[in-house]
Design a protein around this ligand. Structure first.
Ligand SMILES: [Zn+2]
Ligand SMILES: [Zn+2]
Length: 254
């Protein structure tokens, strides 16, 4: 995949100085996708075809529903439903055909050896797997995934070519457990082996330092519940719980 650079949103996300700049960029990408799918862009024919085929995952159906454009959502869901019904009918016909075939016990020895026969059990699993995949396919998830890859690539590029950014990154709070792997995988693919070492040399101490900071903040958060600490300052601990949960899960708590 070819990535382009998108530096301004990356600088802005680092400017916010949160627990993970990519969590912030993921939130922004999700919000702009939700409003765009309920706005005009979904009427473009190529977008419409993709929505009809993929639909939305449970999370994004819920966010779209809560965005209160019920007619817009009903229209795109209706055309997606027409495609879904057709595809499900084909899968159901195939399942019925497979169920009518003789079961494994009566399949010829040759058929068993060459694995030509789909057993009833396999046929049922195949149908239920199709349903699960269909439920989880999501054009918004795909778009967010692409956007995050672009941003991770931009972070690497800026780290490599812009000393000011390198310092900003080294002074930042690192990444969460969802987005650090994305950045590491991108580094493994796109940096030379010498630069991979330099990058990890910047990143890993930063990551450990910030996990330890969060541990201290969370510890003080729990101690503040002790009446003897009631009058002591919260320090940075007041919102330590949502921040550590974000660090561990990659989801900002609202
Ligand atoms: Zn994150
Ligand atoms: Zn989704």
């Amino acid at each position: 995949m070819k990535y382009h650079l998108d530096t301004i949103p990356v600088w802005d996300a680092y400017g916010a100085n949160g627990e993970c700049p990519l969590c912030l960029l993921e939130d922004q990408s999700e919000k702009s996708n939700i409003s765009s799918f309920l706005g005009g862009s979904v009427m473009e024919p190529d977008v419409r075809i993709e929505v009809n085929k993929k639909g939305f995952c449970p999370r994004h159906n819920e966010l779209l529903y809560n965005a209160q454009n019920r007619l817009g959502l009903a229209l795109i869901t209706h055309t997606h439903l027409l495609v879904t019904i057709k595809e499900m009918q084909q899968k159901a016909d195939r399942l019925e055909r497979d169920l009518r075939k003789p079961d494994k016990a009566s399949v010829s020895l040759l058929g068993k050896i060459f694995g030509q026969q789909t057993t009833q059990k396999e046929a049922i699993h195949e149908f239920s797997d199709w349903m699960k995949q269909h439920r989880d396919h999501c054009i918004i998830c795909d778009r967010i995934h692409d956007a995050l890859n672009q941003y991770a690539y931009t972070i690497l590029h800026l780290w490599e070519h812009n000393p000011e950014f390198r310092k900003t990154m080294t002074d930042s709070k690192g990444f969460c457990f969802s987005h650090l792997p994305l950045v590491l995988d991108m580094a493994a693919e796109h940096l030379s082996s010498k630069k991979q070492g330099d990058f990890l040399g910047d990143l890993l101490p930063l990551q450990s330092r910030n996990m330890e900071r969060l541990e201290q903040e969370l510890k003080w958060f729990t101690r503040k519940f002790d009446y003897r600490n009631q009058d002591k300052s919260w320090g940075n601990s007041r919102d330590a719980l949502p921040r550590i949960l974000q660090k561990l899960s990659g989801k900002r708590m609202e």
